[in-house]
Design a binder for this molecule. Structure first.
Ligand SMILES: Cc1cc2nc3c(=O)[nH]c(=O)nc-3n(C[C@H](O)[C@H](O)[C@H](O)COP(=O)(O)OP(=O)(O)OC[C@H]3O[C@@H](n4cnc5c(N)ncnc54)[C@H](O)[C@@H]3O)c2cc1C
Length: 381
C-alpha cells in the first residue's frame, strides 16, 4: 500500500490548484449564489477541460483523457474545494460520457464528442416525484410506436437539467419492476421541457424538473435496453458516489482552511483563539473526520479503477464523508462565532451546502442499507 501521490499526480494537482485559485474562484464569486447562465457555464466548463474536468474519465479513443478514477478524484477534490457547484456540473458531464460509451458511432459523434468538448450539456434522469430512493418505483413510460418510443412522465432533482442539451432518461418499457427499465438518450429538440428548482444552496448550477409528454425518441437511441438499464445504473453509482463524497471533502477542506486562518487571527481572553484548548479540540476533530473521509473515498475509487465491485466501500465512504462535512462545517461556524453566520464570511454557505450532498446519489439511510445488506447477507429494502 502506497499513500503517496506519484510525481505526475502531484504536479497536476498543484497546477490545477493554482489555476482554480487564480482563475475559477474569482469567476465564480461574481455570481454570488445565483444561477450561472448556460453560456457562462459553458465557458467555465471549457476552461476546466484542460485539467480533465468534464472529459477526464472518457477513453482516449472517444476523445477523453482516460484518467484513472483516483487521479480524476484528486483533481475533482480540488475543484470541489473552490466550487462544489462546478463540481456537480463536471460530475454529470463525466457520468453522461460514461453512459454514452454504449452508444453507436453516430451517437458518439453527435453527443459524446460535443459533450467532451464542453459544447453540449448532458443530464441523467432517474428520480421522479414518486420514485427517489427506490429506483424500481420509476413510472416514466416508454411506449413503443413503430420504430420509435413515446416517453411520458416527470423527472425531478435533475442536475444540469435546465442546461441540458440531452437527457439520459430512465423509463419503463414493461411492468417488471427492475427488468422493465431502459435508458434512453433524449435530445432537447425531441421536446422535453425543464424548470429550475431553487435550493438552500448550490444554486449557481441547475437542479431541475423535466417534463416528457409523449416525446418521440427513435429506437437507435436506446442506450441500455430493458434488462440492462438498472444494472448499468447501479454500476455507475458505485463509481460516482465516491465523487459526491469528494465534493463533501472539498467543502470540509475549505471549512478547515478558513477556520485555521481565522483562529490564528481572532483574539479573545488575551490571546488568539487558536491557543484555547477547546478550539484546538474542534480543529482536531475536523481534521480527523476529513482525513478518514478522504482515505475511505480513495480506497473506494481504487477499487472502482481496478474494476472491482465497490457498492459496499463506496456506500461507506459516501455516507461517512457527506455526514462528516455537516459536522465539520458546524465546527467551522462555531470557530467563527458571529462571523460564522454572516454572508460576509464563506462559512455559512459551506454550512448550507453540506447537507445537500447527503441526499444526492443516495441518502445516508440507503448507504447504510447497502452496508447492512453486504454484512448481513439479507436485503432490508
Ligand atoms: C442537489 C441534488 C441533485 C440531484 N441530482 C440528481 C440527478 O442528476 N438525477 C437524478 O435522477 N436524481 C438526482 N437527485 C435526486 C436524488 O438522487 C434523490 O433526491 C435521492 O435519491 C432521494 O430520493 P427522494 O428525494 O425522493 O427521497 P425519498 O426516497 O422520498 O426519501 C425520504 C427519506 O426517507 C428515507 N428512506 C427512503 N427509503 C427508506 C428505507 N427503505 N428505509 C429507511 N429510510 C428510507 C430516505 O433516506 C430519506 O431520509 C438529486 C438530488 C439533489 C438534492
Amino acid at each position: 500500500m502506497d499513500f503517496r501521490l506519484s510525481e505526475e499526480q502531484q504536479i497536476a494537482v498543484d497546477a490545477f490548484r493554482r489555476f482554480l485559485d487564480e482563475e475559477i474562484r474569482p469567476a465564480v464569486a461574481r455570481y454570488d449564489d445565483t444561477f450561472i447562465p448556460k453560456d457562462d457555464m459553458r465557458q467555465l466548463l471549457k476552461q476546466l477541460l484542460q485539467y480533465g474536468m468534464g472529459n477526464g474519465l472518457a477513453s482516449e479513443d472517444d476523445g477523453g483523457m482516460a484518467l484513472d478514477p483516483v487521479t480524476f478524484g484528486l483533481l475533482f477534490e480540488q475543484l470541489a474545494r473552490v466550487s462544489p457547484d462546478l463540481g456537480i456540473v463536471v460530475l454529470i458531464q463525466e457520468e453522461s460520457g460514461l453512459l454514452l460509451r454504449a452508444g453507436s458511432d453516430e451517437i458518439k459523434q453527435q453527443y459524446l464528442a460535443p459533450l467532451l468538448e464542453g459544447d453540449k450539456f448532458g443530464s441523467i434522469g432517474i428520480s421522479e416525484p414518486g420514485a427517489g430512493s427506490n429506483i424500481v418505483e420509476i413510472s416514466c413510460k416508454a411506449k413503443p410506436d413503430g420504430d420509435d418510443f413515446l416517453i411520458s412522465g416527470e423527472k425531478t432533482w435533475i442536475s444540469s437539467g435546465h442546461y441540458s442539451d440531452f437527457n439520459i432518461c430512465v423509463a419503463r418499457v414493461n411492468d417488471d419492476p427492475a427488468a422493465g427499465l431502459a435508458l434512453f438518450l433524449v435530445d432537447r429538440d425531441d421536446g422535453y421541457e425543464s424548470q429550475n428548482i431553487p435550493k438552500m444552496a448550490l444554486n449557481r448550477q441547475s437542479t431541475a424538473q423535466l417534463f416528457f409528454d409523449e416525446v418521440r425518441v427513435p429506437a437507435e437511441r436506446v442506450l441500455f435496453p430493458a434488462g440492462e438499464g438498472l444494472k448499468r445504473l447501479l454500476t455507475l453509482l458505485e463509481g460516482s458516489r465516491p465523487m459526491v463524497g469528494l465534493m463533501s471533502v472539498g467543502i470540509s477542506q475549505a471549512a478547515l482552511d478558513y477556520s485555521i486562518e481565522y483562529a490564528k487571527d481572532r483574539k479573545q481572553h488575551g490571546k488568539p483563539i487558536a491557543a484555547h484548548q477547546l478550539i484546538q479540540a474542534r480543529v482536531a476533530e475536523m481534521a480527523v473526520k476529513l482525513e478518514a473521509s478522504r482515505l475511505m473515498l480513495y480506497k473506494a475509487l481504487d477499487q472502482v479503477g481496478r474494476g472491482q465491485r465497490s457498492d459496499f466501500q463506496s456506500g461507506m465512504a459516501k455516507y461517512f464523508a457527506t455526514e462528516a462535512a455537516i459536522e465539520i462545517t458546524r465546527h467551522a461556524m462555531a470557530i467563527h462565532g458571529g462571523n460564522g453566520v454572516t454572508r460576509e464570511f464563506p462559512i455559512e454557505e459551506l454550512y448550507r451546502m453540506a447537507p445537500i450532498l447527503t441526499v444526492t446519489e443516495g441518502t445516508p439511510e440507503m448507504q447504510k442499507l447497502i452496508i447492512g445488506r453486504t454484512l448481513l447477507g439479507v436485503p432490508a429494502f
